[in-house]
Design a protein around this ligand. Structure first.
Ligand code: 2RA
Length: 338
């Protein structure tokens, strides 16, 4: 079934990628429109070889739209996603506005696609770019034994801060490499070139950053286990695109490396890289891909019930645009979009 689509936040980094991913994945588009803030309305964007004028976001723009793919700041989503849903559309929203709302499913299609049927408000939330690949990798291991606790340390790329983050990355790394004075950051909290930043996000009252708290809460919600222990440290590193994660997974019984690798090798969305062949996941492999690359699977030498692994995924694609388009595909496939 081909559907009427609106891309909201069409001129941003993720909106731009959504446009590309819709074409790449041959999403069944009947009609499509592109919406953005008043500032960007009037610009021209290209889709499937045709130019489209970007329209302003307002209630009238959602008439007859069946699926909205939205990537705006939370405040904009809080205002307009319910309006789009009231007009009859299902919204797949990239902001954090609806992620912890009990009436809005938080969906990774490889992990919990059945939750798409529970969008009571007509809004499906697209998770955080760390939680998405983490749950893609942990879900197949949950079939082997109960997962009790996850310790995750992230190595997050500059593009997590959008176009401004990338501008910092380009200008600072160029200056750093040529021995020139490194320009002050405009979006990152500290110098990124030649550095790592452990506090690149707002600090919440519990001493964890907003990002770390998202990883905890969203991972539990996606995996459907409120008792799951999740212990995060989120760090920004001077990488352009793709987030890496060092993950320690504790089970309720010993799980062998062979068992884990077999489960990961056949898991949807996972590419298992084999260190015996000299393969190990790197951001440059994941950039431009919709897969989660997993490797370095090994026993925790300090805990017989735990494994360590390393994973990498493109934060702009699987961590945002592609996951949203995959949700839209499932909404159509399951007949939820009418
Ligand atoms: C980051 N998770 O990498 C954020 C982007 N949504 O900063």
């Amino acid at each position: 079934m081909a559907v009427n689509v609106a891309v909201v936040g069409a001129t941003g980094a993720v909106g731009d990628l959504i446009r590309r991913v819709l074409t790449e994945r041959q999403f069944p588009v009947k009609t499509i429109k592109f919406l953005a803030s008043e500032k960007s309305a009037g610009k021209t964007v290209e889709f499937a070889g045709k130019p489209y004028t970007v329209e302003p976001i307002n209630a009238a723009a959602f008439k007859d739209v069946q699926i909205v793919l939205s990537s705006t700041p939370s405040g904009v989503s809080k205002e307009f996603s319910p309006i789009a849903a009231k007009a009859g559309a299902i919204v797949v929203d990239n902001s954090s506005a609806w992620r912890m709302d009990p009436d809005c499913p938080l969906v990774v299609p490889e992990v919990n696609p059945e939750e798409l049927h529970n969008a009571k408000k007509g809004i499906v939330a697209n998770p955080n770019c760390v939680a998405i690949p983490l749950t893609v990798a942990v879900k197949p291991l949950m079939a082997l034994a109960k997962v009790k606790r996850i310790i995750v340390c992230t190595y997050q790329s500059s593009s997590g801060k959008g176009a401004k983050g990338l501008a910092d990355f380009e200008s600072q790394l160029t200056a750093f490499a040529t021995g020139k004075p490194v320009p002050a950051p405009t979006s990152h909290r500290a110098q990124l070139a030649g550095n790592v930043i452990t506090l690149d996000w707002t600090l919440d009252p519990n001493g964890y950053t907003e990002e770390e708290n998202k990883v905890v809460n969203e991972t539990k919600k996606i995996l459907g286990d409120t008792a799951l222990g999740v212990s995060p440290t989120c760090v920004r590193v001077p990488v352009k695109i793709a987030h890496s994660e060092a993950v320690n997974i504790e089970f309720d019984r010993p799980v062998s490396v062979a068992e884990a690798k077999a489960a990961l090798a056949s898991a949807p969305g996972v590419v298992l890289m084999d260190e015996a062949k000299g393969e190990f996941p790197q951001p440059i492999h994941a950039t431009g891909s919709d897969h989660t690359f997993v490797g370095r699977v090994r026993l925790d030498p300090s805990n017989p019930n735990a494994l360590n692994l390393w994973l990498v995924a493109d934060n702009l694609r699987k961590g945002a645009a592609s996951n949203a388009v995959q949700c839209a595909e499932e909404l159509v496939r399951r007949g939820i979009v009418k």
